[in-house]
Design a protein around this ligand. Structure first.
Ligand SMILES: [Fe+2]
Length: 296
């Protein structure tokens, strides 16, 4: 395909996307925007097979003009609140298992392929299924007005919901050839609050090793106190300090390490630092720390 044709194909695709977008936003058919897009479509139909560069330049100019018009039109409508962009949301019972951001054996030798397969495909999947079930059952309760099992399903919602969300963070908190130390404002805040990076690591490791039974160690940013903190959580949701945003999480359930480390959680925790993805933690921190409540 010639470059001219390729360009025309791209413009056609853009045109189709714009039409689908106007339809999804339920923009009125007689609006100025539709009229312009219809005119553009007509012109495009007329030059499906461009013969000269001049013809192409004409199309390009018209496309640029239309693009600018559309942006202006959308900006105006957004200002007067008459246009709402559809943000994707997860419907009740609509959660899906996120894919691992690397292969199952990518964290070896620190975490074995066998653990990662079981952990992601079986354990995390069961939390997704449990969360979907709890959301659906509570949706049914809202419809029927029968809340006799609301305590049970609320517990399930917290258990499986925290299980799903924490594992979704956990996979991205790690990467092959990770480790090292964070940089930027995250390391500054770690040093400011914990004294040093080593002191932070010691505190986090001890918190992980001493979780009673099953649970997690979690580094959080507190928008209220405006400093970092290290928390433990038993199971997935007990001892949770609400109103905080998890940044770095470490799974210390047996399924995360037992096949490889047996009862030696300490070695697993110590080795885990070699797969930490600090870039990911920095990104989470950058976004989370923008959230600030009135301090008191
Ligand atoms: Fe887990």
């Amino acid at each position: 395909m010639s470059r001219l044709n390729e360009y025309i194909q791209d413009v056609f695709k853009w045109n189709e996307k714009m039409r689908a977008f106007l339809e999804s936003e339920e923009i009125e058919r007689h609006s100025e925007l539709w009229q312009k897009l219809d005119l553009f479509t007509e012109i495009m139909e007329g030059i499906k097979d461009p013969q000269s560069i001049e013809e192409l330049i004409d199309v390009q100019n018209f496309a640029d003009e239309l693009h600018a018009d559309m942006e202006k039109y959308f900006a105006e409508r957004q200002q007067i609140g008459s246009i709402y962009l559809h943000e994707p949301t997860v419907a009740a019972g609509g959660h899906v298992l996120p894919p691992l951001p690397y292969s199952y054996n990518a964290l070896e030798p620190y975490i074995s392929e066998e653990i990662m397969k079981l952990h992601h495909d079986k354990h995390h999947k069961s939390y997704v299924d449990g969360l979907n079930k709890a959301e659906k059952m509570l949706q049914d309760a809202r419809k029927s007005g029968d809340y006799s099992l609301v305590k049970h399903w609320s517990r399930e919602l917290a258990f499986h919901g925290s299980g799903h969300y924490l594992h979704s963070i956990f996979w991205n908190n790690m990467k092959p050839n990770g480790g090292g130390a964070p940089s930027g404002s995250l390391i500054k805040d770690i040093e400011k609050y914990f004294g040093s990076f080593d002191a932070f690591k010691k505190h986090f490791s001890e918190a992980a090793k001493q979780v009673e039974g099953v649970g997690w160690a979690i580094l959080v940013w507190s928008p209220r106190s405006r400093h970092l903190e290290i928390l433990q959580t038993e199971r997935h949701m007990l001892l949770t300090q609400w109103d905080t945003i998890p940044l770095l999480v470490l799974d210390v359930w047996e399924h995360a390490y037992y096949l490889q480390y047996k009862n030696n959680r300490g070695d697993y925790v110590n080795n885990w630092w070699n797969v930490v993805n600090w870039r990911n933690v920095e990104e989470r921190f950058q976004n989370a720390s923008k959230l600030k409540w009135k301090p008191y």
